[in-house]
Design a binder for this molecule. Structure first.
Ligand code: NAP
Length: 492
């Protein structure tokens, strides 16, 4: 039976970050279980044309592994994936990864206070600490539409791009028009005979203003790290001091961001009816604000149309909209996002007293600081409940979480205990965060992937600065200690 001090689930940005931090703390007795055959997580899965990051790479990168070789301000998927591979190699993480290892269940053994991890139906792996780094956006959401089986053409989801389906001269429907769709639509529009975008609601969209970095800029960023850090700070400040206040409802910030979005729309769209169709009727920031320069221009192409009538059903030859019109297509692409709730839905997690995580989170996921939930000792989350952002880089959050989890692991080891967050502490935190979230733009919209009823289980309520501050020091008093921990060196 294989035993480890820690098992990390997922080899994306979260898993790699956690591994680097464990190793820096001298903890090497861990593995990373990755269900796919390569690392990278979302940056391995999302290979649609034009896939790139909508957070500038100077901020969407580890603070301990700044990179002066980014080609663009907003990097393409391939360069981000390469950065992940290079970082994993440089920090000695790669040989800890076990590929094609799909975790089916985690169950906490109360006698020994360790986790039994079931993988691919094989002998369980035993770990003192389980660390979930599976992310929030990896299970494709495909809406249930009548007639789905009847459609005779090809269908696929943006995160499972079918490179074997040639779109040249095809009639293509794209369902959805958010962060993923606006990146690939400009890349495929010209090759399609006809491209119809089915828009349920428009999005606020800011200009991206991207360009290739010049050689001297990369050289300067390499030779003068202070300049690279200053640039990173400015990108961070743009999100914290303009976008976040807009999401929080600050009138001046909201006005500035809205004006920038309107200017962007008006620059490319001259037809008043189309402009109207593309103007959201909800507060800025209530859904993710998009950054894109080439989506609006393609809407002016003669072979591209925007359809706002709701989809009624798929038919053998295409789609029927609510107004009774038939639309014929060869290919339907779902750019319909991800199943974000419930969290960790694809793994059965059983904690103290046989309680399942899905039961504990039946009303929506919650976790103290996004990293720990009561009844599941020594189970740690990266990018867990209430840690998603609408204004900045998730990597800032991941680093804060990984540093905190290392402290928790060290504390548990030093005291020979498993740590279970106190139920009242977690509840107080949850009430605080939910109360603050009710006041933000995210709450002022009926539905989005951030919301489950009136609860917002996905997003953090404040600044990245505040989050980092609150995670800086692990406070053991907020945890209950569970003994004994019987994974001894002799056993392992
Ligand atoms: P998304 O934001 O969830 O958008 C899904 C789109 O599909 C929306 O336009 C939605 O319309 C539409 N939709 C969903 N169900 C539908 C239905 N039944 N009928 C018609 N339309 C439907 O998904 P996403 O674009 O894949 O982005 C998800 C998240 O991934 C983003 O918020 C972002 O955090 C992340 N992402 C990041 C990057 C990056 O560059 N870093 C790139 C892509 C994605 P409604 O708006 O009306 O719901």
């Amino acid at each position: 039976m294989r035993r480890y001090q820690a098992v990390i689930i997922g080899a994306g940005f979260g898993g790699i970050c956690m591994a680097v931090k464990l190793k820096a703390a001298g903890i090497n007795d861990f593995i990373i279980l990755e269900q796919a055959s390569g690392l990278g997580g979302t940056w391995r899965d999302n290979i649609y044309p034009g896939a790139e990051c909508d957070i500038p790479s100077s901020l969407y990168s580890f603070s301990f592994a700044l990179n002066s070789h980014w080609k663009f301000k907003w990097s393409e998927q391939s360069q981000i994936l390469q950065y992940q591979k290079d970082t994993a190699e440089k920090y000695g993480v790669t040989h800890h990864i076990r590929y094609n290892q799909r975790v089916e269940s985690l169950s906490f053994d109360e006698k020994s206070a360790h986790w039994n991890i079931q993988v691919n139906g094989a002998q369980p792996i035993i770990a003192q600490h389980s660390i979930s780094a599976v992310g929030q956006l990896h299970v494709p959401a495909i809406p249930t539409l009548a007639g789905q089986q009847a459609f005779g053409g090809d269908t696929f989801h943006s995160a499972r791009w079918r490179q074997d389906v040639d779109l040249t001269n095809k009639r293509v429907a794209v369902i959805g028009n958010a962060a993923s769709a606006v990146q690939f639509i400009p890349q495929i529009a010209e090759q399609c005979a006809q491209l119809t975008i089915f828009q349920r609601s428009p999005n606020w969209m800011l200009p991206k203003v991207d360009r290739l970095y010049r050689g001297w800029e990369q050289w300067l960023s390499d030779k003068v790290p202070a300049l690279a850090k200053l640039y990173r700070f400015l990108v961070w400040a743009y999100g914290e001091w303009l976008i976040l206040p807009a999401i929080k409802g600050n009138r001046v910030a909201a006005w500035i961001v809205k004006t920038m979005c309107r200017w962007n729309l008006n620059k490319y769209i001259k037809d008043p009816e189309l402009r109207q169709q593309l103007t959201p009727d909800y507060p800025i920031g209530a859904k993710r604000i998009l950054f894109c320069d080439d989506y609006y221009p393609v809407l002016n192409l003669p072979n591209v149309s925007l359809e706002s009538n709701a989809i009624d059903q798929l038919t053998t030859s295409g789609l029927r909209t609510g107004d009774g019109r038939e639309h014929s297509f060869d290919v339907v692409i779902y750019a319909t996002g991800f199943v974000t709730n419930p969290f960790l839905s694809e793994i059965d997690v059983i904690g103290i007293g046989g309680q399942t995580l899905s039961d504990a989170w039946a009303e929506g996921a919650h976790a103290y600081l996004g990293v720990a939930t009561h009844g599941f000792p020594n189970l740690h989350f990266l990018y867990g409940p209430n840690t998603n952002l609408g204004h900045s880089s998730i990597i800032i959050m991941l680093e804060a979480q990984a540093d905190y989890i290392v402290q928790a692991i060290n504390h548990a080891s030093a005291n020979g205990v498993a740590l279970d967050i106190d139920a009242t502490v977690e509840q107080t935190f949850d009430e605080e965060v939910q109360a603050r979230l009710q006041r933000l733009a995210w709450h002022k919209i009926d539905a989005s992937w951030y919301k489950v009823g009136e609860r917002i289980p996905n997003n953090w309520a404040g600044s990245t600065w505040e989050y980092r501050r609150r995670l800086r020091r692990f406070d053991a008093d907020r945890y209950q200690r569970i003994s004994p921990v019987s994974i001894s060196a002799a056993e392992s």
